[in-house]
Design a protein around this ligand. Sequence first.
Ligand code: DGL
Length: 269
Amino acid sequence: MDIKEKPIGVFDSGIGGLTVLKEILKALPYENTVYLGDTARVPYGIRSPETVLRYSFENTRFLISKNIKLLVIACNTSSAISLDSIKEAVNIPVIGVIEPGARAAVKATRNKIIGVIGTEATIKSNSYAKAIKKLDEKISVIELACPLFVPLVEEGWTDGMIASLITEKYLGSFKNTNIDTIVLGCTHYPLLKKVISDVMGPKVILIDSAIETASEIKNILKTSGLERNKEGSTFREFFVTDSVEKFKNIGEKFLGEKINNIEKIQLGG
Ligand code: DGL
């Protein structure tokens, strides 16, 4: 098989990574893709680093068996904990969502005060703060875990009173700081962009790691001669570890298009 024809592999703890796949498909519409959502074991954000690492390796092994040319770790929690180990273990390019998001935030901030929101595991790992400081050590980073955001989005409550109250409660503490940029450091948070922006005001820039990651993938494929730029038919495959039906219903909202070709698999013996 011509290496350009090989698919891009994307994994996430569940449905949320479809926000990343969506941006990849926008930036690279001719690429073949294989998506794995570990829906039986979501959420990763409340688990220990050892468990997240083990799950991430199982996901990686599965996607490698699908003959992928590049691996995208769409889950912020997995990226925060397992990116370096996975990079070392495989011989294809591996891209996580933390560094692209950090880079975009550093570019965007004017006053060098950045807020980062994510799951408990992502925030505990300090990965965003480390990635931002590596680029500019003068930047102050204020990190905040927002654990209720994931179930809120999964429930479909991305606007309205409940979403506003929870957002206000979490981000109220950011209002007394001079944060001018916030990194949406979780797959689900781009769906809360509007309510977050309403709470923080229009002057605060929201960084969507998914968009930044997609443009980084495009660059890597281009510079390494791996980009598939042929028009015509492409394949999109989806694998889940729990209900196909549920993934299809909620997933289509995340991806913004119909999802076919979903297969249930088992991971982790
Ligand atoms: N995909 C996860 C992330 O981006 C959110 C859901 C979870 O906790 O597994 O951190």
